[in-house]
Design a protein around this ligand. Sequence first.
Ligand SMILES: Cc1cc2nc3c(=O)[nH]c(=O)nc-3n(C[C@H](O)[C@H](O)[C@H](O)COP(=O)(O)OP(=O)(O)OC[C@H]3O[C@@H](n4cnc5c(N)ncnc54)[C@H](O)[C@@H]3O)c2cc1C
Length: 560
Amino acid sequence: MTRAAPHVTHEVLNQVPPLADYDVADDPALTEALQREGADGGDGDRELHELGERAGSAATQELARLANEHPPVLRTHDSRGNRIDEVEFHPAWHELMAVAVGHGMHAAPWRDRSPGGHVARAARFYVWTQAEAGHGCPISMTYASVPALRHAPGLADRFEPLLGSCSYDPGLRVPDGKAGLLAGMAMTEKQGGSDVRANTTKAVPAGDGYQLTGHKWFCSAPMCDLFLVLAQAPEGLSCFLLPRVLPDGTRNAMRIQRLKDKLGNRSNASSEVEYDAAFAWPVGEPGRGVATIIEMVSATRLDCVIGSAAAIRLGCVTAVHYAGIRRSFGTTLAAHPLMAAVLADLALESEAATTVAMRLAGAADRASRGDAAEAALLRLALPAAKYWVCKRAPMVTAEALECLGGNGYVEESGMPRLYRDAPLNSVWEGSGNVTALDVLRALTRSPGSADTLLAEIDLAAGADRRLDAAAERLRCALKEAWAADGDGAQYGARRLAGLITLTLQASLLVRHAPAAVADAFCGSRLGSELSVGPGGPFGTLPDGLDLDPVLGRAAVSVRG
Ligand SMILES: Cc1cc2nc3c(=O)[nH]c(=O)nc-3n(C[C@H](O)[C@H](O)[C@H](O)COP(=O)(O)OP(=O)(O)OC[C@H]3O[C@@H](n4cnc5c(N)ncnc54)[C@H](O)[C@@H]3O)c2cc1C
């Protein structure tokens, strides 16, 4: 008679297979938005689904795990004591980077310039960042560097073709000789990140450029080839392009002091650097550094919205997948009414985040082609959405994690990494308060932006009374913010940014999403006296909603 080994006491039952080997681009809110926002179908669609399959594959999930469990290491010196300032990454990081660059997420729309290019790129970024978020940082910064670099046409002619190249070519060498380049940005100093005008790094004219002396307290992806840097020139705060390796092949005097030990984003290196008369070329008009680099900041803010929408979607589909299989009290978790309410609430958040992110990507695309109305909409709606969607991501990931019970709290589920990464998009590129305050700045500096936003929201006028009421509240709130004194307006800036985003999301869903989704979103987000949507945890939806269609859009099929 065969007997089980004495230590084997049980069978493994009721554990859910990991969500792997699925198409991340199997996402109706994304694919429907792509068509609306003008990304071409055909080959672009095929490529997106191929990328989605790759992003959702078990093999890519393993790369993501390795890249995060083996974070980058700083090598300041070689074996003979020479300064080298190299950052060493696990091969998994390089594989992830090669895919992102190979698919043009770092710059393709600047290269081929076809209408819808920025939308198609946004979709790829949204899909691939669900594989691993950390390496999105240098990808996003490279994408965003191009509009700022164009303020120096000579430098743009020289480097833009290499920034747009689909070859990933890591390693510190003379930029002009490489197959492809990556760019970072260095603004934040010890004494202030939000208040960059307090920068103390000095720029002194030297030869055909400047010498920079000072420090940066945060400089992510320091292995990039080029950096857009803010420093105080004789004319005032100015923008510069600083190469890691000089044209003669020597290392520029940018010393990496140490890498940050971060909550999340662990695959990515974020450093503290010192410039010791480091060489840099001027970009844009001297003294107008903020105005020059703001174009880079705007593009990275869009990626923060897209990245947070991606994290929200990933948390949501993971929770829906798990709850559809795991059983408790005789049925699946998803079949319990209260769990269905939680999952549907997460799914609504995801639909709204993806829809507004893609609408803004469409606005960025059209604005880059000279559409003034879309530029005005973007000017106001982008900081508002950057504030709101990035703030929602940590809440969604925390709730999604809990849908997996104790398993969600354990690293192997992938949820702790998602949760740790989630707050970051709100912190960088303008922390929550700073982006909310930027909404006020947009109202005063871009006076047409409020009317453009309201006109966009009014495209759904009359279709839902709750939306009509919210639009009216927003109209009043915008007028009040316009009329308020400085302190009064600032005090209410978060409320206003939230109301703008929720009302825009509701309008987009009423126009474009299935009726059940729009109804549940308006019922749960606009009905409240709070006027900025739900303040409490997820899962408190009103009665009488049709949740099946909502949940159906958050279910993905796993290859057998
Ligand atoms: C992982 C990581 C990577 C980063 N990478 C880079 C990089 O590559 N390059 C780079 O330049 N920077 C980078 N940063 C820095 C980031 O952009 C700054 O941390 C951010 O801009 C905030 O600046 P600060 O840390 O100096 O905070 P502070 O400016 O001191 O702000 C602290 C808090 O006060 C709030 N606040 C500030 N002013 C006001 C106000 N007027 N009213 C109300 N509230 C206000 C802010 O919203 C924030 O919540 C990175 C940060 C992190 C965490």
